[in-house]
Design a binder for this molecule. Structure first.
Ligand code: GDP
Ligand code: IMO
Ligand code: MG
Length: 431
């Protein structure tokens, strides 16, 4: 076993950063395959907290190679800032971090458009992170986007930016009444040429490198961002991100064929959260939600927005198991539920008088679904220092067994706190 995809099973923020960092110990290469700096992956080491937006969460392990695949959209400004922050912490970047020249870049006008589009949508806004992700992917699909490879070719950058500028100028002017000056364009070209020069030495054909590494039986971790329910095809459209966080995205976004993927592990929160708008069937109300938010520190790692909180939804995780072909889960933040008398699990939805167990395609149907809950007794014990599965309270094992039964996936990791040491490993992940 040498290739493993780490994927979010819910709406993001499941603890992918923590688990990626943990498993990086045994890996040789860690690679991001989609998304951009909308991601916020937290790793806690001692009393220090690191939040990664573009750089893979394995970077804190000296010597490991960290790659950014072509499926990611890179904001050079944000990437350079992240690199700088890590250097200040004494983390070696050069010779370890590489990005694919085919990676599309996020430009300032993408971020402005993201904000303007949201504003225009008014009460129907999506609640994006305003990092320009949607508009950057839109340009990629429209075949007008600018890639890392263009930044290091002066002529190509000027030519492509010229075309984009013309189009964006019209959009800004006609739709939003905003003017874009020629000087702004000249400054932008100059700035991005400079970024190109700064990033040149980090460019590498990620697909070529990974496929060679696979031949050499190197251990590779594919680090997904966001989560299954935010996938543009399979998520709660239109309340999704513009990329493919699902396991299949790992192949598309790195240039590694599906026959080369050995395992998929779903990072799954013991309850559910979502930041931004869109349906969340098991959403809690009032005091209960506030309690979980405070206890679980459920505030966005990228935007600081309070996360909406809900009970564990087995319909959602079952769906993620199917879409990602995953048979293993890492259950995170179980410690957050430790003081509760009663814990609920949603086992199905009631819709139009019928019970449904499969996640519906229609948002309108989903919005009318009423969660059907099973109530379980809480374990009422601090488990944040437990490192052996056997030492967990029996009632917590009942909860874990029930989730395994409902999702038909094995919980191979139980995370009981944000630190590396606060983890119970039930099965060796890399064999
Ligand atoms: P990601 O986007 O999936 O990497 O997740 P985030 O980093 O956005 O959010 C997860 C948050 O939960 C971070 O603050 C982590 O430090 C924290 N965390 C991760 N695992 C655990 C856990 O098992 N227990 C607790 N209490 N916190 C955790
Ligand atoms: P990580 O990797 C949670 C959400 C936004 C919004 C929707 C679209 O940390 O789990 P976008 O800016 O991508 O166009 O916003 O997606 N979103 C996330 N929610 N975790 C994330 O990343 C997210 N990245 C985007 O809140 O609802
Ligand atoms: Mg996050």
């Amino acid at each position: 076993m040498s290739t493993l995809v780490i994927v979010g099973s819910q709406w993001g923020d499941e603890g992918k950063g923590k688990i990626t960092d943990l498993l990086s110990e045994e890996a040789d290469i860690i690679v991001r395959y989609q998304g951009g700096c909308n991601a916020g992956h937290t790793v806690v080491i001692g009393d220090k907290q690191f939040i990664f937006h573009l750089i893979p969460s394995g970077i804190l392990h000296p010597g490991k190679k960290c790659l950014i695949g072509s499926g990611v959209v890179v904001d050079p400004e944000s990437l350079l800032q992240e690199m700088e922050n890590l250097r200040k912490e004494g983390v070696e970047i050069d010779g370890r971090l590489f990005l694919d020249p085919k990676t599309h870049i996020v430009l300032p006008y993408h971020k402005t458009l993201d904000k303007l589009k949201e504003k225009k949508r008014g009460k129907d806004k999506l609640g994006t992170t305003k990092r320009g992700i949607g508009p950057a992917y839109l340009d990629k699909i429209a075949r007008t986007g600018i890639r890392m490879v263009d930044l290091i070719d002066e002529k190509s950058l000027s030519k492509k930016l010229e075309i984009n500028w013309k189009e964006k100028k019209e959009i800004f002017n006609k739709l939003y009444g905003l003017k874009m000056s020629n000087q702004e364009k000249i400054n932008l070209i100059k700035k991005y040429q400079e970024y190109g020069q700064l990033l040149k030495k980090y460019l590498m054909d990620v697909s070529l490198y990974l496929n060679q590494a696979i031949k050499e039986d190197k251990k590779i971790l594919f680090e997904g961002a966001q989560g299954t329910l935010l996938d543009v095809d399979h998520g709660t459209f239109p309340y999704v991100t513009s990329s493919h966080p699902i396991a299949g995205g790992a192949c598309v976004g790195t240039g590694v064929g599906p026959t080369k993927i050995d395992k998929v592990i779903g990072i799954t929160k013991a309850y559910t959260t979502r930041v931004g708008r869109g349906p969340l069937p098991t959403e809690m109300q009032g005091e209960m939600e506030e309690y979980i938010r405070q206890k679980g520190r459920e505030f966005g790692a990228t935007t600081g927005r309070p996360r909406r909180c809900g009970w564990f939804d087995a319909v959602v995780v079952n769906y993620a198991v199917r879409i990602n072909g995953m048979d293993r889960l890492a259950l995170t933040k179980i410690d957050v539920l430790s003081d509760l008398d009663k814990i609920k699990i949603c086992t199905s939805y009631k819709y139009d008088g019928k019970l449904i167990k499969e996640f519906p395609a229609s948002l309108e149907t989903l919005q009318k679904c009423i969660p059907v809950y099973e109530e379980m007794k809480g374990w009422k014990k601090d488990i944040s220092q437990v490192t052996n599965y056997e030492d967990l309270p029996p009632q917590l094992k009942v909860y874990i067994n029930r989730i395994e039964e409902l999702t038909k996936a094995k919980i191979v990791i139980v995370s009981v706190g944000p630190k590396r040491s606060q983890t119970i490993i039930r099965e060796k992940i890399f064999k």
